[in-house]
Design a protein around this ligand. Structure first.
Ligand code: ZN
Length: 362
């Protein structure tokens, strides 16, 4: 349980977490590989690379933010150590497979794991070699999938002012590996939104559109509604976070009209101080406006969370009914970068799980 949730006392007052944790039909559309390595994974990766680890408490402090994290930039500092560990073929392959194994154990039956290949090239591997390693990890993880499960990969471009070629290469690889049918389903733009404005990445996403690569963009997190508007102009299919669209009613309307899904990550937004308290989180305002919202983890280790906890956090705070939680999960299915056939399988699983665990039919 994260410090934030403890401070709110949310889980102490309500018991949504108990039934939600029993569900074996969750989706996570927004989960970063480097921010979601478990302690077990980190220990294994350190062992592979002869790096000393301290005890669990020391390791957690190194990997997770505390409640006094000030902003997105400080949050992003927590990625340095895991990134150091993810610079070899074996490390990337192992960590993708292991994360999917853990998701399956937590009832997450559909996920899109994202990472930025260009951040994994410090030891000389090319972006393509990193993508290949991740695809091998995805292949290996199939032994943990249930008959109704599916997991995919999203390749992130990075916000910076000197990496246009690297971002173009990421988009090229997203197109290439989608065509190969290796489980890469989309591209993304991640990094410090407050430092590098979305509108400076027009060329990269024009290229993605030309290549037929669908994409999501982190926007409306550290920057405001104009950043979301810019991502919509680029033809983003989904928006990462997007919560600050509430600063402009016209942008909210456009999201609703275009049925562009928002990938909400509540605890992450509390960590980065976009909201002081979960009660300020605008999920209901967004839902009432007709915007398709999904609930996701962002970084399970950095934010010390799981998909079930994120759902329980919003359900507890806003007194949601079980059918509202089902709607959030179904939105995840609808917004997934996958085929109608797989979506049908996932929908059927959500229906049967809600009937069994929550007593809800239809
Ligand atoms: Zn993110």
């Amino acid at each position: 349980m994260s410090d934030n949730n403890m401070l709110e006392g949310v889980f102490l007052n309500n018991s949504n977490i108990e039934w939600i944790e029993k569900l074996d039909c969750l989706t996570d559309l927004h989960v970063h590989l480097d921010g979601s390595l478990s302690l077990e994974s980190v220990r294994h990766l350190c062992g592979m690379q002869n790096i000393e680890t301290g005890d669990d408490a020391e390791l957690s402090a190194k990997l997770s933010v505390s409640s006094d994290c000030k902003n997105l930039n400080e949050y992003l500092e927590k990625f340095e150590f895991p990134l150091q560990l993810l610079q070899t073929h074996e490390a990337v392959k192992y960590s993708v497979c292991q994360l999917i194994k853990e998701q399956e154990e937590q009832g997450v039956i559909y996920s899109e794991i994202r990472f930025a290949p260009q951040l994994h090239t410090r030891k000389g591997l090319s972006q393509q070699e990193i993508v290949e390693a991740a695809c091998e990890g995805l292949d290996e993880s199939r032994k943990y999938w249930k008959s109704y499960s599916c997991h995919n990969l999203i390749l992130c471009c990075m916000r910076s002012d000197d990496n246009k070629d690297a971002n173009m290469e990421t988009v090229r690889l997203a197109a290439l590996y989608a065509e190969k049918g290796r489980g890469v389903v989309a591209a993304d733009l991640a990094g410090a939104e407050g430092l590098y404005a979305t509108d400076t990445f027009a060329d990269v996403f024009r290229d993605a559109v030309q290549k037929g690569v669908p994409f999501t963009i982190h926007a409306g997190e550290a920057a405001g509604a104009e950043s979301v508007k810019c991502a919509l102009n680029f033809q983003a299919v989904r928006i990462g976070h997007g919560v600050r669209c509430t600063e402009n009613p016209l942008v909210m309307q456009e999201l609703a009209d275009r049925e562009t899904a928002l990938e909400l990550c509540p605890t992450s937004n509390l960590n980065t101080k976009i909201y002081e308290t979960i009660k300020d989180y605008p999920i209901q305002q967004l839902m009432n406006k007709g915007i398709k919202v999904t609930v996701n983890t962002d970084n399970m280790m950095v934010s010390n969370t799981t998909e079930a906890r994120e759902l329980a956090l919003v359900a507890d705070t806003f007194n949601m009914e079980k059918k509202d939680v089902k709607k959030l999960i179904m939105n995840g299915v609808e917004a997934a970068f996958t085929t109608e056939g797989i979506k049908n399988r996932l929908r059927a699983r959500v229906d049967t799980q809600f009937a069994k665990v929550a007593g809800i039919r239809g």
